[in-house]
Design a protein around this ligand. Structure first.
Ligand code: MN3
Length: 247
């Protein structure tokens, strides 16, 4: 059942790719219509441009961190993923299906760089200089239903983010029961990795707690970075993902 949910979700996004604006040179492969959870459906993958300037999230996330994090870290995941999928069964799969299809015996380079590409693409789109405030609409209702209140959700999400030992991510996802849940994963794993993670779901928000995401500004104070994150979350974008994840 879980796998079917993912395929359905992937299909919705894929359909969007063909009705959105296209470029002359790569019409069938470019996805721009929906909140893109990836920049391109099939390899070769591309580094999606940031949807705002690198200093737009100041003072919450600093310019230099954004430059290095996006251009160098995410850039390397994309480059390495393109190398890693060559000649494998993942060559003709979009990154979402790669996540769902990965097994523990598959090359770690696909798991790490594929996760890195998916997770960061989602992360950049979750952030916005116009972000902050509190969730509204269906997202507010879903958070209240799952956690009791926004404040309780925020506390639990922050605790999950603080509790990641070493490098990893905190997630808000839609579970197979269509209820929201919070989880964390090590490294570049995410809740789409059906054969690799315990808590499986469709992520609608992720918070990167690798040191490269905050160390230049916050050093060892991860908790301060987590606090600042809420000032730049684009809840409308999370709401849009919720709508897709609930289908
Ligand atoms: Mn990162």
């Amino acid at each position: 059942m879980q796998k079917r949910t993912f395929l359905k979700f992937g299909g919705i996004l894929a359909a969007g790719a063909f009705v959105g604006p296209t470029t002359a040179c790569s019409a069938a492969k470019t996805s721009t219509a929906l909140p893109t959870l990836y920049s391109k459906r099939l390899a070769p993958f591309e580094l999606p441009p940031l949807p705002y300037s690198t200093d737009a999230l100041e003072p919450n996330i600093d310019k230099m961190t954004m430059e290095i994090h996006h251009d160098k870290h995410h850039g390397a995941y994309v480059k390495n993923l393109n190398e890693a999928v060559k000649g494998t069964r993942f060559m003709d799969m979009d990154v979402r299906d790669i996540m769902a299809g990965l097994n523990a015996t598959d090359p770690a380079s696909i798991r790490n760089n594929g996760g890195g590409h998916f997770n960061h693409t989602m992360f950049w789109e979750t952030l916005s200089p116009k972000g902050g405030g509190t969730p509204t609409g269906d997202l507010a209702s879903a958070i209240n239903a799952a956690f009791g209140s926004y404040d309780t959700f925020k506390t639990q999400f922050s605790t999950a983010a603080k509790g990641v030992f070493g490098s990893g991510w905190a997630w808000l996802s839609v579970g197979k029961d269509k209820k929201l849940f919070i989880s964390s994963t090590p490294n570049q794993d995410n809740p789409l990795m059906a054969n690799l993670v315990k808590l499986l779901g469709t992520p609608i928000m992720g918070l990167d707690v690798w040191e490269h995401a905050y160390y230049l500004k916050y050093q060892n104070k991860r908790a301060d970075y987590i606090t600042a994150f809420y000032n730049v979350v684009d809840w409308d974008k999370v709401n849009q993902r919720l709508a897709m994840g609930m289908k």
